[in-house]
Design a protein. Structure first.
Lengths: 448, 327
């Protein structure tokens, strides 16, 4: 008897362990078994018809844009499903900071969604080269994107697109129109005017001139890129840095850093302890008159700011006629080659290449601008303001995010720390530039 | 750090008759060899689930991570190349030594502040004359039960230059934003959260010390200070060792608080970077850069070695020198 019990316990223990360790096999078995057991309790299967209806499938989209959940659920997906009733779309975002690592893990584990939202340049190219993004040469509609849009998602030899371009963002400086009226100041065109304006606001004392947090990435993403694009002449300078003709220790970068350092005193005295969200709140609550940011903030400011706001483009350096804006191609969608519903996913991608999608997406998401060749109307006045700068100014992607970010020390991370330290006065422009160039020299060979 | 409670040896508080302590615990060795053999059956059955689960989910990943540190990202054997990169390539070694230094600072704050304060609180709690002891005990222990996410969030609000209280109390430095203050501030937040653990451990030992020992010393003319140093403290020493080693392990594995408050780049300019955040960046990457599983495994292995050395020192240097007393 005792022996029998002993063996029973042993057997139970082993079955428990087997259940615990079974992992994927058990999961697969459970899902395949489910329909047979569940069928009788749910509604009866439709009677067989002579015309084969398309089988109902569900595809899911990986993204870092968790802010857009409502827009996808309420507008984009219903519009798509109205046209393709047999395809269900699930928008399944991961918070931005966790997205790259989580996506990588899911792709390697074979559990990622059918469609993948792509970062521009190297990050997605690595995924393509590792076989996690399918080539899209023969996708309907992929031809409707110009080279400048597709460039960020092309294979190294330039022949194969692997993500469908969706949107770009434009950067500038938001300002509180009411505050500007109250102070009787106007939008600056040149850096000289800009610093006069900042001094006026500071002297008045009612507003913090520039509301921005310096404990995260904004100093680099916004201030360094906004100000610098004018100095290094947009794409020309960005490509020259990649090509090795320009160095970070060149005059245009030192000038950029020097201008950034001059901005420091016009920020909140506790800026180093303020994060991205709190920086925005400074502006939204009317404490700060100017917020350096990008067009993606428009919908948030619409919701949270109870004053009129608009935007001005980065003031030109004095004596320079040309201007350059950060018009960063930001977002694309690619296909997971491991998808079991590839046909449905490709149908969605082709639909996303139509002006219909662009109209909904950029209309609903004020501040994201379509990358299709077909022009799109933007409803929001501030979005119109942003996009109008394209007529007079050259465009530039953010520098440092192509090629320069794929070694150690990674240029964007160093740039971020150096930018913060320079604005806070903890580092000189020369030291910062030296550190960045030394970091690059230690691993990066232009053209290599 | 949460698992301190479960990892710790339970404090033996049962009182045994004089001289009876050792015999009670001994397993009687009577009975035939056959019967003794039969006893192994249930023992094995009961040990098996834990052993197997622990091996599959803890031992195997640990060994595999060690193995992986000798291979490159393409899966080819790389010998000590990864370690060479970690210690000689400035992109990694500068960050590594910085992070290690910060880890020692973080640890110093805990060992020099958290544990003495924990002991002080425990001694105060055992004082007879204080009213509402249970309330104090609960209050001090409460932060320990909070999620690190909540603790980080609360303290970020308290110390925020926008709506925090620092300016009201006369501090105009953004404590979490300046390179000089960020690590001490984070250490103190962590001390604030975890001080309940050493307190409760010391408290458990203190209440187990028989009063007649103290009373006897008082009869012999000892003051309370002398009684503490000569009677209570020696009895606390084994627990002090356990708490110290758990603090060491917890601090060198620390990650969550810094990640929550400062993110993986642990700014400003890596001033709050510790081994945990350094490992995260090496393994997963950060800010649009790609990590490397091989380098991540290498950093993880080095962290493991550091902790292993600490634990070995504890086991072979500290433990044999400390005598435990049956009370």
């Amino acid at each position: 008897m005792r022996k029998l019990m002993k063996w029973t316990v042993l057997a139970m223990a082993f079955s428990l362990i087997a259940a615990a360790c079974g992992g994927d096999d058990d999961g697969a078995a459970a899902t395949t078994a489910a329909p047979t057991t569940a069928a009788p309790t749910t509604e009866a299967p439709p009677p067989p018809t002579t015309e084969p209806e398309p089988e109902e499938v569900t595809i899911s989209i990986e993204s870092w844009r968790s802010d857009d959940q409502a827009i996808w659920d309420d507008q984009i997906i219903p519009a798509f499903e109205a046209e393709y009733p047999h395809i269900n779309v699930v928008f399944a975002p991961t918070p931005p900071l966790d997205y790259p690592a989580a996506l990588q893990t899911r792709l390697e584990g074979g559990i990622a969604g059918d469609l993948i939202t792509c970062f521009p340049f190297d990050r997605s190219r690595e995924l393509y080269e590792d076989g996690h993004l399918a080539p899209l040469n023969d996708l309907d509609g992929i031809a409707g994107f110009g080279p400048s849009a597709q460039n960020a998602w092309l294979s190294a030899d330039g022949s194969t697109p692997y993500c469908l371009p969706v949107a770009s963002i434009i950067q500038g400086f938001f300002y509180n129109v009411d505050a500007f009226d109250e102070l009787g100041v106007s939008v600056p065109e040149t850096e000289g005017e800009f610093f006069d304006l900042l001094q006026t606001i500071l002297d008045d004392g009612a507003y913090t001139p520039i509301g921005i947090g310096l404990s995260e990435w904004e100093a680099e993403h916004i201030l360094f890129q906004n100000i610098g694009a004018n100095y290094w002449k947009g794409e020309e300078g960005r490509l020259a840095l990649i090509g090795g003709e320009d160095k970070v220790t060149d005059q245009e970068y030192l000038d950029t850093f020097a201008t950034m350092a001059r901005l420091g005193p016009y920020m909140h005295p506790g800026a180093s302890g303020i994060g991205y969200q709190d920086g925005k709140i400074l502006f939204e609550t009317g404490q700060a008159a100017i917020y350096p940011g990008g067009s993606w903030e428009i919908s948030g400011f619409d919701e949270n700011a109870d004053f009129e706001f608009s935007a001005f483009r980065t003031p030109r350096p004095d004596g320079q006629d040309s201007c350059y804006i950060v018009d960063h191609i930001d977002l694309a969608i690619g296909l997971n080659p491991a998808s079991s519903n590839a046909e449905a996913a490709r149908t969605f991608l082709s639909w996303a290449a139509t002006p219909g999608f662009a109209g909904i997406y950029t209309g609903a998401l004020s501040g994201f601008f379509s990358l299709q060749d077909t022009p799109v109307e933007y409803n929001h006045p501030v979005a119109q303001e942003f996009v109008s700068w394209r007529q007079d100014c050259g465009s530039a992607n953010r520098t440092g995010y192509e090629a320069l970010d794929s070694g150690e020390p990674a240029f964007p991370i160093e740039l971020r720390e150096v930018s913060n330290a320079i604005i806070l006065g903890n580092m000189t422009p020369q030291d910062g530039a030296r550190r960045l160039q030394d970091g690059l020299d230690s691993w990066y060979t232009p053209g290599g | 750090m949460e698992n301190r409670l479960t990892e710790a040896e339970p404090v033996v508080t049962e009182k045994l008759p004089p001289g009876g302590g050792s015999t009670v615990r001994q397993i009687p060795r009577s009975g035939s060899p056959a019967r003794r053999r039969r006893r192994w059956g249930p023992i094995l059955v009961f040990l098996m689930p834990a052993t197997i689960i622990y091996s599959v989910f803890m031992v195997y990943p640990l060994l595999d991570s060690l193995r992986r540190s000798f291979f490159n990202d393409d899966g080819n054997y790389a010998g000590l190349d990864n370690y060479d990169t970690l210690f000689t390539n400035p992109a990694f070694s500068d960050r590594f030594w910085d992070a290690l230094g910060h880890n020692f600072q973080f640890f110093a704050f805990h060992i020099l502040l958290q544990n003495p304060v924990g002991l002080l609180l425990a001694v105060l709690l055992t004082a007879q004359s204080v009213r509402g002891l249970n309330i104090y005990r609960t209050m001090v222990f409460l932060p320990t039960t909070l999620s690190v996410v909540i603790v980080g969030f609360i303290w970020r609000l308290i110390l925020s230059p926008l709506w925090g209280v620092t300016e009201t109390v006369g501090i105009d430095t953004p404590l979490l934003g300046e390179p000089l203050t960020v690590l001490p501030t984070l250490s103190l937040i962590s001390v604030w959260q975890w001080v309940g653990i050493p307190m409760i451990f010391f408290y458990a030992v203190l209440i187990a010390i028989p009063k007649d020992l103290i009373e006897a010393s008082q009869v012999d003319g000892a003051g309370s200070w002398q009684a503490f140093w000569n009677i209570t403290f020696p009895l606390l020493l084994p627990m002090l060792g356990i708490i110290s080693i758990l603090t060491f392990i917890g601090n060198f594995n620390a990650f969550d608080l810094i990640y929550q408050v400062k993110g993986v780049v642990a700014g400003p300019d890596f001033a709050s970077d510790i081994l945990g955040t350094f490992f995260y960046r090496a393994f997963f990457g950060a800010s649009g850069t790609t990590g490397s599983a091989a380098m991540g495994a290498t950093v993880a292995s080095v962290i493991f070695l550091i902790i292993l050395v600490g634990v070995l020192l504890y086991m072979f240097v500290w433990q044999p020198r400390v005598s435990t007393y049956e009370l």
